[in-house]
Ligand binder design. Sequence first.
Ligand code: 2BA
Length: 107
Amino acid sequence: MKLIFAIVSNDDASLVTSSLVDEKYSVTRLATTGGFLKAGNTTLLVGTEEAKVEKALEIIGSHSRRRKQAMPILRPSEIGAYDTQTVEVIVGGATIFVIDVEKYLKL
Ligand code: 2BA
């Protein structure tokens, strides 16, 4: 038995969670905060058999990979108004730990 800790962005958490549940994984979702940015993120706990770990990692990775996203920003223009411009930002990504589970009990 293994326990996967997956720290994902809040934006990706719902899709990652529902995709895991659709594939019959049990998932616990925790609202967490990154120590560096102090911004909210989501930590998923997934307890599963060793044989199902790789598939879980694929599911998590496919819905939380780092990717570029166009984001509109407002910039002051020369005539005192504001222009809308688009910048590319990196969003998503997952930090994953897989650990051995010594005991798994449901009491
Ligand atoms: P990532 O490395 O992608 O980490 C995203 C979030 O995953 C982290 O949020 C933290 O909540 C968790 N995390 C990552 N590595 C971890 C680990 N070894 N143990 C426990 N949790 C871990 P934040 O701490 O807010 O960090 C956000 C981003 O800021 C990081 O993205 C990294 O690019 C950067 N960063 C984090 N710590 C840094 C530091 N000490 N110096 C410079 N940059 C840092």
